[in-house]
Write a protein that binds this ligand. Structure first.
Ligand code: UDP
Length: 238
């Protein structure tokens, strides 16, 4: 069913009979340290597909367009074909991870005005942190596109912070990817899941994301399930 055109760490992309529409299949693999550590968690693909599909549907209802067309099965989605912009757009609401390390401050400090960052998608370079001028120099995006990426990222951050908050979860930080359609429009793409977000329980600060794998501090499937159940609970009307 379709030709495999790309295989990443967590997903496969296939062509479909319909021009401009691709099928994404979510895998059970988890990687950390830029792919150096790899483990398979049975059922992870299902959770991330369900969570991403739910979030993309919720974003659409709140005026944020994405490449998402529809959920096809437990592990698959149909998406619009886009040319991926080679940038990871990270939004930070609370200090954690690489930024806490870089600034030499402890995790957990609230960032009043969310910080938007760009990382250049290049495995060989380890996805380096870059600024707007680097983006222009690399030809990764135009000046107008940079502004669109930042605006969209902040808007998505606002919508998702509120959604997760209803589920008693703090959206600490998250990573987005965007693509260009054939007519040059910019669309949110890739996935939004506990693989790509830091999620902390609002009451206990328990980590409900891939950090349980990165830091060996819990059962990945149990916490991904918890996130899915809570999101389903607060979006029952959707
Ligand atoms: N992130 C991601 N993919 C990457 C790098 C980061 O999805 O290749 C997400 C990560 O899950 C977190 C946010 O982006 O929610 C910020 O990550 P950070 O820069 O702190 O890096 P990390 O600590 O994950 O190495």
């Amino acid at each position: 069913m379709g030709e495999l055109i790309y295989e990443g760490k967590a997903k496969q992309l296939y062509t479909t009979a319909e021009e401009g529409i691709l099928r994404v299949a979510y895998k059970d693999d988890a990687t950390a340290l830029n792919g150096e550590r790899r483990e398979v968690f049975a059922g992870k693909g299902i959770r991330n597909n369900e969570i991403t599909s739910l979030i993309f549907r919720y974003l659409a209802e709140n005026g944020v367009k994405s490449h998402f067309v529809k959920q096809l099965s437990e592990t698959e989605q149909l998406v619009r074909e886009v040319e991926i912009i080679p940038l990871e757009v990270v939004v930070r609401n609370v200090l954690a991870g690489s930024l806490a390390k870089r600034l030499g401050r402890s995790e957990g400090e609230v960032i009043e005005t969310p910080i938007v960052e760009f990382y250049y998608k290049d495995d060989a370079l380890g996805d380096p942190f870059i600024n707007d001028d680097h983006v222009l120099f690399l030809g990764a995006a135009s000046a107008v596109e940079i502004e669109t990426l930042k605006q969209e990222a902040r808007k998505i951050g606002d919508v998702l912070t509120e959604l997760f908050s209803k589920a008693n979860i703090t959206l600490v930080d998250f990573k987005l990817e965007f693509g260009r359609t054939k007519d040059g429009a910019i669309l949110l793409s890739d996935e939004i899941s506990p693989d790509t977000c830091r999620l902390w329980d609002k009451t206990t600060n328990e980590k409900l994301d891939k950090d349980v794998f990165r830091r060996n501090i819990g059962n990945l499937i149990t916490v991904y399930d918890e996130v899915l159940t809570r999101l389903e609970e607060v979006t029952k009307h959707v």
